[in-house]
Write a protein that binds this ligand. Structure first.
Ligand SMILES: [Zn+2]
Length: 278
């Protein structure tokens, strides 16, 4: 079983300095405080299910910002672990429901997202589903850092609309149901990821119509290609400081999907397990 990392979205700052309260709610509270309360209940629900805190389950400190959150998780995470960040949505007063974001182009992560969202919706009567969505159609069209910059499987969920009376009533009066639904989903998700081996499946790489001798690897269903192969595409990796890199068997790899930011087309042929770059 993979371990679970939880983050309550936004942060309290240190001593109120550099805090990021997130969106205001119709109850006059802040997104951060609502998410911390929900996360605390979720931790308890996971403990009821036998998950041990600080051993199988880690809560990111509520005082640190997003960048530090990513580092905090990456410093501790092992292959097979999962991470979920909790948020509340804001929009027109009539907008309602939960939605979840996954890294665009990763069908496995999409299934993980649907699993978590569906379990939540089943557990909270009255909560509407807005679906599982690729992170490129979030407010950030280049994707969400929490979905992209962690070295483990990660998802970002918007539990409900903080700007809607009924949604806030649901969260406030049935927070335990939100916590139970999320706990059930996380148990299933982390159970599926536990046995990722230290060696990774290899994949063929085709660049501009040519299949290369050197192979890539699949890690958590993300394709990684050797950095050496990137050179012929005249790509300057220094322009991608946030691209996910990893070292495996003395070879440096970069995550293929990150190359899209430099206008490389990245496609995956699942039938022949081949990554196609142009
Ligand atoms: Zn938020």
């Amino acid at each position: 079983m993979g371990r679970i990392f939880l983050s309550a979205g936004h942060n309290l700052g240190k001593g109120g300095v550099q805090s990021d309260p997130g969106a205001p709610t119709v109850l006059g509270t802040t997104e951060t405080n609502e998410m911390i309360k929900t996360r605390d209940l979720l931790v308890r629900e996971l403990e009821f299910r036998g998950v041990k805190k600080d051993q199988d389950l880690f809560s990111v400190p509520d005082t640190i910002d997003l960048k530090s959150t990513l580092n905090w998780i990456n410093d501790r995470a092992r292959s097979g672990d999962v991470a979920l960040e909790l948020h509340g949505n804001a929009g027109p007063a009539s907008a309602r429901g939960a939605e979840i974001f996954y890294i665009d182009g990763n069908p496995q992560r999409k299934r993980d997202a649907e699993l978590i969202l569906n379990t939540l919706i089943e557990a909270v009567p009255g909560l509407r589903s807005r679906g599982a969505k690729p992170d490129t159609i979030s407010q950030h069209e280049r994707g969400l850092a929490f979905c992209r910059q962690l070295r483990i499987s990660s998802l970002l969920i918007e539990l409900c609309f903080l700007s809607n009376d009924e949604d806030m009533k649901l969260l406030n009066e049935h927070r335990d149901k939100f916590a139970k639904g999320l706990a059930d989903g996380l148990m299933k998700w982390s159970n599926q990821t536990g046995d990722i081996p230290d060696s990774f499946p290899s994949i063929d790489i085709e660049i501009k119509g040519q299949i290369h001798q050197n192979k890539g690897i699949l890690v958590n269903n993300n394709s990684f290609i050797p950095v050496d192969l990137v050179a012929p595409l005249s790509i300057d990796l220094t322009k991608l400081p946030d691209a996910r890199r990893l070292k495996h068997g003395n070879i440096d790899y970069v995550r293929a999907i990150d190359l899209q930011q430099l206008n490389v087309s990245v496609a995956w042929d699942n039938q022949i397990k081949r990554l196609i770059l142009n």
